[in-house]
Design a protein around this ligand. Sequence first.
Ligand code: 13P
Length: 250
Amino acid sequence: MRKPVMAGNWKMNKTRDEALQFIYAVSDKLPSNDVLDSIVCAPAIVLRDLVKRQGDSLRIGAQNMHYAASGAYTGEISPNMLVTTGVEYVILGHSERRAYFNETDETVNLKVKAALDNGLKPIVCCGESLEERENGTTHDVLTRQITLALKDISSDGLANVIIAYEPIWAIGTGKVASAEMADEACGFIRSLVKDLYCEKCADEIRILYGGSVSTKSVEELMAQPNIDGGLVGGASLNSDSFIELCNKAI
Ligand code: 13P
């Protein structure tokens, strides 16, 4: 059995005060870590503050990192710097990073390797655009993104990877993919993992759906056989809503 995951992606939201208010509001109200991995992926500047107050049932993640250990990359943050904050997870290859910050399948792969080398658990994002969905190339896009993101990653490394399927047309639009559509895509990704690795690897890897997940849609999504959790933007910003998402995920 795969342990479900509920991961909030705050994106570029919340000041330090707002982040602290959130963490105090959710502490003691989340399901035990034995039954659910509840994760908040926050802006880098508040990560250390959140880790110090995360409690037993919440884990903290970053939203991006550079793949190099150090160097002349003004404004960037390295994997080992993230490690010193105490975070456990890092989102890599989010479609917003691909669209606005020139992230490519190749850089995502370098980042996945660097994260694993540093003991961080990557949440690797993939997903098609509306145009790709409509012209029937969703499977081609997912095949390319997943194959390249996981290039040269061993099955031991894969055991620490979470994949998030986030159709771009469903992100922040209120247009949640139907549960069947989301499950079909997550099932396709699982079959890719089977082809690239092994059946056991495919059975064990956790695949999340992201894109306008809300407290209303979460239960139907979670009931799908191939969906192991959510990567949630807007609905993760409010503490009550995040608590409800986590409780409905188990
Ligand atoms: P929304 O839940 O706001 O659509 O964002 C999804 C997302 O991009 C999570 O990474």
